[in-house]
Design a protein around this ligand. Sequence first.
Ligand code: PSV
Ligand code: MN
Ligand code: MN
Length: 388
Amino acid sequence: MPDIAAVKAALTAQRIETPSWGYGNSGTRFKVFAQAGVPRTVREKLDDAAAVHEFTGVAPQVSLHIPWDRTDDYAALAAYAKERGLELGAINSNTFQDDSYRLGSVCHPDAAVRRKAVDHLLDCVDIMDATGSRDLKLWFADGTNYPGQDDVVGRQDRLAESLSTVYERLGEGQRLLLEYKLFEPAFYTTDVPDWGTSYAHCLRLGPRAKVVVDTGHHAPGTNIEFIVAFLLREGRLGAFDFNSRFYADDDLMVGSADPFQLFRIMHEVAKNGGLAPETRVAFMLDQCHNIEAKVPAVIRSVMNVQEATAKALLVDLDALGAAQRGGDVLAANAVLMDAYNTDVRPLLAEIREERGLAPDPVAAYLASGRQERIAAERVGGEQAGWGA
Ligand code: PSV
Ligand code: MN
Ligand code: MN
């Protein structure tokens, strides 16, 4: 049976990184519903992230998205974060919101556009130097809409060359994390559509290039936990962008659509050493809260990751191994289901109380009056939104 003290230690040590853009307004192409109290500045986004950390105790890192979170002085921003018990986490680049990127960015047929995109990525590494961030997270919207539109292999060559320029610029301890996505905004070919393409580019780049698994970026029915297990085995799983989906890249709260899938993913992570800090697997959220209140939704998401992790840690690996070696299919499956069907909420509540935290972070946040306070204080100015 799993050692409960070790399970508690692993849950206490786990860190979940929250995205700055999750605190801003977001929506669909049909409508963005503005909410009271939404941050107007990157500092207010950090204040919200600090609240999530205050109530959960496990979310001290915040990912930034550049230029959405641009500021004149990144070292000062890092100091502001530090004063609030936070660290600035991954720097996310943006090569998808400029008119010049109509035909792509780092894969664009025009060398001048590629240069502009690469310069932005290099600027992001400069920002990492100033903030102390260790991860550059790259997602490219590059692709084509029509057969024949561009040369598929030529685009891969341009991608490889651009990535290599950025990889060479990384400082010590810095990593390049390459995210893939099946489709959207490109509808015919996407230049980094799947984990295999990302993995192949990372292999060529070197050991500090790793794959990002965004749980919303696969075809329906894809076995994401297999991808996770494979990448961990190869030492190339860099990070998760956690979110949930029913249809495509829905960016709903992690664990809301399919908590069993989240458990299966976390089982592979836990079983294969991915919770050990030295593997540097980063547990990031990448989600948008279109209709629900943002800070409590981020808290809920953090809790959902913790619950899946707790269940994964409760898998009796000795019993599982014995059943697998004995070819006992039913028993092996039962070991996993026993762990999944365990109510881990009392265990997590106990861990929180031992650390001086409220047992139910969402309830505690809602009772704190902070939501009403920020709604009253944050008036005037322009609210942050996805894309600004
Ligand atoms: C793309 O869909 C994505 O998942 C990438 O991670 C982006 O950086 C993020 O969304 C925010 O646009
Ligand atoms: Mn993502
Ligand atoms: Mn996405």
